[in-house]
Design a protein around this ligand. Structure first.
Ligand code: SF4
Length: 696
C-alpha cells in the first residue's frame, strides 16, 4: 500500500474550521490535500468518526491559485502596485517603517492583530512580538468580535472564560438543553449531531431564537424571540423558577453568593412583562423554565446570537444566573457551553493572551508579580498598561494616534462592523503589514504582505471549545517561499534584534507551560502520547487535565460562584419609519467567517455561491419582492445589493444576511455600538430597509 501511495503524506490533525475541534487523517501530495479519512477513535474525542462537509471536503483552498507564494511590497513609484520581494526586503521594510513610526510617535503608535485561525504557539509569539519586540500594549484579536462578552461574563460569575464541560460526555449525554443565539447545525455541525442524537434518545431541547433554525425542528419547544431581548426571558425564567420554588437551594446555599440581589433584580420580569419585551408567550416561558429546573442535568449552549450585542456581557450573566439557580454546574452532563467559533479562538484568541487587558493565561498585565514572572523568561517586563481593544484601535487610527499596524491572519476590512469606517481607518495608517495565506480584502491595503502557511502545512496546537489542546500536523508543504506564522514571527523578531531561539513549536509550548498556569502540565511529549489531547487546567506533568470545571470550587479565592444580576437592555438601534426592518446575521454550513478559505472551496461555492437576504413571505409581498430577485438593503451606514430568499423562518419584520461574503458584505450595514464591558460590537441587530431593484 505504501508503494501505491507513492509520495502521499498522511497527518493525524485537527480541523481548521470550527471550534468543535474534529480530528481526522489528512492526506496530501505535491502541495494538494487529497482528502480526509477518519482517525483512530481514541484521537477523535470530539467527533468520533464524524466530520461535517467543511471538514471533509473543504480543503481546496490549500492549493488555490490565489495562494500567496512570495512576499509582496507596494511600489513607491506612484503606481501603487505590489511587486514580488525577498523575505529580507520585506522584513527590512517592516523594521524600518514600524521603527520610524515608533521613534516619531512612541511605541503606542503601533498596534498588532492576532488570529484565532493560527496555532496557540503562533498567537503566543504574536503577542510576544507586540509586547516584547514592539513594546506596545495594543494587541488584540478577532475574539473581541465574537465571544469577548462570554469571557467577561463568565469571568465575573464562575471564574474561567470558557466552556465548563465536555462535548461528547456532557453535551452528548445531558437530560435537557437550552440553546439560544446559536444556529448550531450550520455553525457547529458535528456538535449539533450530538444534540440531535441525544434528543432522539429522550433529552429535552428548548430553542429560543428569533429565527426558526434547523435545530428547532428537533426541539421539544421552539420559542421565537425578538432580536436583542434575551435578558428579559432569561431573567423571567429565573424569576419563575424561584417563584415556583424550583431553584436548587442546597447548591445556591453552599456554592454561590449574592442570591438575594439576584432575586430582587429579576422580580419585575413577570411572564407578562417578558412577553411584552421579548415576545415570548407565558406558557412557553413557564414550560421551559420548569423543565430545565426539574431536569437532573441541563446544558446551556449559546454562540454569537447572545454575545454580539451592546449588552452581550449581560446576556451571558443572565444565562449563567439560570445555570447557577438550577445547580447545573460542577457535575457531569451539565454546564455552560459557549460554542466558540473559529478553530482556535479559545486557545489562540483567549488563552494565549493576544489581548490588551490579558497576558497569556488571562493574567493581569498591571500586576507586578505577573510582570516580574514574564521578565524572568523574556528578560524584560511586558508593557503594564492596558492597551486599546480592537474597536478602540480603529478609532485611534482615525484620530491619528495609531499610525502603524501589523495584522496576522485577520480580515478586518470585512469583519469589523461598519466596514466603510474600518476601511477609512486602515487607509489613514502610515504603514500596514499583513501576514496571510491570501491577498485578502485587508491585504489589498497593505504596504507589505507576507505569505503564510495554511494550517495543513504546519505543526502546532489548537484548543477547541471544550478547552481541549490538540495537535495540528502538516500534510503538505507551503507553496513557493511561504513560511509558517511561527517562523515569520521568529525571523521578524530577529530583524528587530531579538534572538528568540525556538527550533520548533514544541519549544514555544514549553515557554507557554512555564508562563501560563492553566497550561503548565502540557508539553508536546505528552500530547504525542495522549491521543485525546489535554483539557486545561492541566497544571503539572502528572495532571490528566480537567474534563469539566468547578466540581469542587469555582475559580475565585473563596471558591464560590457569584450571581451577577443582569439589568435589561434591548437593541441599541430600533426600527423606525426610514429603516423599518431588523437585520440579524449568522453563518451558513458551507462557509466560514469572511470566506477567505470557503470562497475558494468548490463544494462551498457550489452550494452557496453568493450572499443573500432572507425575507418573510408577508414582507416580500408587501415590498413586491419575489424569491431570487436582487434587492438593495440599506442601513444608516451603507447599502448592499443581494439576492432575496423568501422564507418563513422569522417574524415578518426580521431579515437575515450571512456574514461570509465580500460582495454584499453585511458589515457595510452593521453598527459599532459597543458592549461597555467586553467592547464587542452590536453586530446582531441593525435597522434596515429593503428596496426592490425592479428592472434597473
Ligand atoms: Fe470541522 Fe467544525 Fe465541521 Fe468538525 S464540525 S469538521 S471541526 S467545521
Amino acid at each position: 500500500a505504501d508503494a501505491r501511495l507513492g509520495k502521499v503524506t498522511k497527518a493525524e490533525t485537527t480541523c481548521n474550521y470550527c471550534a468543535v475541534g474534529c480530528r481526522f487523517e489528512l492526506y496530501g501530495k505535491d502541495g494538494s490535500v487529497l482528502g480526509v479519512r477518519p482517525a483512530d477513535p481514541e484521537a477523535t474525542p470530539a467527533n468520533d468518526f464524524s466530520t461535517c462537509v467543511k471538514g471533509k471536503f473543504g480543503y481546496d483552498f490549500v492549493d488555490s491559485d490565489d495562494r500567496l507564494t512570495t512576499p509582496l511590497i507596494r511600489e513607491d513609484d506612484g503606481s501603487g502596485d505590489f511587486r514580488e520581494a525577498t523575505w529580507e526586503e520585506a522584513y527590512d521594510r517592516i523594521y524600518e517603517e514600524l521603527s520610524a513610526i515608533q521613534e516619531k510617535s512612541g511605541n503606542d503608535a503601533v498596534a498588532v492583530t492576532s488570529s484565532s485561525k493560527c496555532t496557540n504557539e503562533e498567537n503566543f509569539l504574536n503577542q510576544k512580538f507586540a509586547r516584547q519586540v514592539l513594546g506596545t500594549p495594543h494587541v488584540d484579536n478577532c475574539a473581541r468580535l465574537c465571544h469577548s462578552s462570554t469571557v467577561t461574563g463568565l469571568q465575573q460569575t464562575v471564574g474561567y472564560g470558557a466552556m465548563t464541560n465536555r462535548i461528547n460526555e456532557d453535551i452528548g449525554e445531558t437530560d435537557c438543553y437550552l440553546i439560544t443565539g446559536s444556529n448550531t447545525t450550520e455553525g457547529h455541525p458535528v456538535l449539533a449531531t450530538r444534540i440531535k442524537q441525544n434528543v432522539r434518545d429522550g433529552a429535552d431541547l428548548f430553542v429560543f431564537e428569533p429565527r426558526e433554525i434547523g435545530l428547532a425542528e428537533h426541539a421539544t419547544q421552539y420559542t421565537r424571540t425578538k432580536p436583542g431581548s434575551d435578558i428579559a426571558w432569561l431573567n423571567g425564567m429565573v424569576r419563575h423558577i424561584i417563584a415556583e420554588d424550583l431553584h436548587d437551594e442546597e447548591f445556591i446555599e453552599e456554592r454561590t453568593k449574592h442570591f438575594e440581589e439576584l432575586k430582587e433584580k429579576v422580580e419585575p420580569f413577570t411572564p407578562e412583562k417578558v412577553e411584552e419585551l421579548a415576545g415570548v408567550p407565558p406558557a412557553e416561558l413557564k414550560n421551559a423554565a420548569e423543565t430545565i429546573a426539574t431536569a437532573d442535568t441541563c446544558i446551556f449552549g449559546w454562540a454569537m446570537g447572545m454575545t454580539q450585542h451592546a449588552h452581550g456581557t449581560r446576556n451571558v450573566l443572565a444565562i449563567t444566573n439560570l445555570a447557577l439557580v438550577t445547580g447545573n454546574l460542577g457535575k457531569p452532563g451539565a454546564g455552560l457551553s459557549p460554542f466558540r467559533g473559529q478553530n482556535n479562538v479559545q486557545g489562540g484568541g483567549g488563552d494565549m493572551g493576544p489581548a490588551p487587558h490579558n497576558l497569556p493565561g488571562y493574567q493581569d498585565p498591571t500586576d507586578d508579580d505577573v510582570a516580574d514572572k514574564f521578565a524572568e523568561v523574556w528578560g524584560e517586563r511586558p508593557p503594564q498598561e492596558i492597551g486599546l481593544r480592537l474597536p478602540e484601535q480603529y478609532e485611534a487610527m482615525l484620530d491619528g494616534e495609531i499610525r502603524g499596524m501589523f495584522i496576522m491572519g485577520e480580515n478586518p476590512v470585512l469583519s469589523e462592523p461598519d466596514i466603510r469606517e474600518a476601511r477609512h481607518a486602515i487607509q489613514e495608517l502610515d504603514f500596514l503589514a499583513v501576514q496571510d495565506i491570501f491577498l485578502t480584502e485587508t491585504a489589498e491595503y497593505a504596504d507589505v504582505v507576507l505569505p503564510a502557511a495554511s494550517n495543513a502545512e504546519k505543526y502546532g496546537t489548537f484548543t477547541n471549545t471544550e478547552r481541549r489542546v490538540q495537535l495540528v500536523r502538516p500534510a503538505v508543504e507551503p507553496p513557493g517561499v511561504a513560511k509558517t506564522d511561527l517562523r515569520i514571527l521568529t525571523d521578524l523578531a530577529e530583524r528587530f534584534g531579538y534572538d528568540w531561539d525556538y527550533s520548533s513549536a514544541a519549544d514555544v509550548m514549553d515557554e507557554i507551560a512555564q508562563l501560563v498556569p492553566i497550561y503548565s502540565g502540557i508539553s508536546y511529549d505528552r500530547l504525542e502520547s495522549t491521543p485525546a489531547g489535554l483539557q486545561w487546567p492541566c497544571t503539572d506533568a502528572e495532571d490528566p487535565g480537567t474534563p469539566f470545571l468547578y466540581e469542587d470550587e469555582f475559580n475565585f479565592s473563596d471558591g464560590l460562584a457569584r450571581f451577577v444580576p443582569a439589568d435589561y437592555a434591548g437593541p441599541a438601534e430600533l426600527p423606525d419609519e426610514e429603516f423599518p426592518l431588523m437585520l440579524t446575521s449568522g453563518r451558513v454550513l458551507y462557509h466560514w467567517h469572511t470566506g477567505t478559505m470557503t470562497r475558494r472551496t468548490q463544494v462551498s461555492m457550489d452550494h452557496v455561491p453568493e450572499s443573500f437576504v432572507t425575507i418573510h413571505p408577508d414582507m416580500a409581498e408587501q415590498l413586491g419582492v419575489t424569491d431570487g430577485e436582487y434587492v438593495r438593503v440599506v442601513s444608516r451606514r451603507g447599502d448592499i445589493v443581494v439576492r432575496a430568499e423568501v422564507e418563513d423562518v422569522s417574524d415578518p419584520g426580521v431579515v437575515f444576511i450571512p456574514m461570509h461574503f465580500a460582495e454584499g458584505a453585511i458589515n457595510e450595514l452593521t453598527q459599532h455600538e459597543l458592549d461597555p464591558d467586553s467592547y464587542i460590537p452590536e453586530y446582531k441587530v441593525s435597522s434596515v430597509r429593503i428596496e426592490p431593484l425592479g428592472s434597473d
